[in-house]
Ligand binder design. Structure first.
Ligand code: ADP
Length: 260
């Protein structure tokens, strides 16, 4: 067992808790992911134990920063930072240039614009409703009697999306039920739901410049990224661990605070 100095970032999202450990050069040592559940404090502790075990690290992290919806519940975190700050820091570390970030999470979408030094120029957050978020996709899966993990394969197997007029989760549910009654192929309905997610994102922001996509929805649904790229007519970059960028940014912030 080695015992180098290391730093921890925890992102307690409404759906998933992500944890990243980085070393003294900012290199990623371990990641852990769990459903956030209802006991955020314990979920964060379990993620830390799992990541420490996988990287064979002893002792406590030198410093921990918590972010996300449940960030105030992490009892081993010395500091908290906003999701906007941490997503920006994590993405800039990976990409290192001027970017427009779109994060598609379980309950909200965020657009963050960074300049070529990683400074935040502007951000937008959609927290008003589930439209265009992971929650919308999960609801569609439920209505179609599918697992969320099946959606991407189905959406990728057709080029013909069904047009869903309603983006509100409640109305889209009714629309999907009537499509099923009419015998519409399920692949087209799923692709239509993905197109709806992309349209909600484009409505939020024109996404100029180099676009970087992150978040759990992006991690598990590459077809959404393909649809977004086709809609923008440009490449969309996905970092190596897109669901962990907030936790990475938190860990890098912890390192920065400890070494300042
Ligand atoms: P948050 O930070 O809001 O908790 P995340 O960015 O971690 O959200 O993304 C959570 C979303 O990722 C879920 O709402 C779901 O849409 C998607 N997701 C999580 N696990 C899976 C999986 N195994 N298969 C497909 N999608 C998944």
């Amino acid at each position: 067992m080695s015992n180098p100095e290391y730093y921890c970032g925890v992102d307690i999202g409404a759906s998933a808790t992500k944890l990243v450990l980085v070393g003294d050069q900012g290199q990623v040592l371990a990641r852990a992911l769990r459903h956030s559940g209802f006991d955020y404090k314990n979920t964060a502790r379990q993620c830390l134990a799992e990541a420490q075990a996988s990287a064979k690290l002893k002792g406590r992290p030198k410093r921990t920063v918590a972010t996300g919806y449940g960030r105030s519940n992490v009892d081993f975190a010395a500091d908290t930072r906003t999701e906007i700050h941490c997503h920006g820091a994590g993405c800039f570390h990976d990409i290192g240039r001027e970017i427009s970030i779109i994060d598609i999470g379980g309950q909200d979408n965020k657009v963050i614009h960074l300049d070529d030094e990683g400074k935040r120029i502007e951000f937008k957050m959609n927290r008003k409703c589930a439209a265009g978020t992971g929650a919308f996709i999960e609801e569609m899966a439920l209505r179609l009697n599918l697992e969320v993990s099946q959606l991407d394969g189905l959406a990728g197997s057709t080029a013909e999306p069904v047009r869903l007029g309603s983006f509100c989760t409640v109305f889209a549910k009714t629309e999907i039920l009537s499509h099923l009654r009419e015998g519409t192929p399920v692949e087209g309905i799923v692709r239509g739901a993905f197109v709806s997610v992309v349209e909600r994102i484009i409505e939020m922001d024109p996404l100029e410049g180099l676009v970087v996509a992150t978040g759990g929805v992006v991690a598990y649904n590459p077809v959404i990224v393909e649809i977004l790229a086709a809609r923008l007519g440009r490449e969309v970059v996905v970092p190596m661990a897109p669901q962990f960028t907030g936790a990475l940014g938190a860990a890098l912030t912890a390192r920065k605070l400890a070494t300042a």
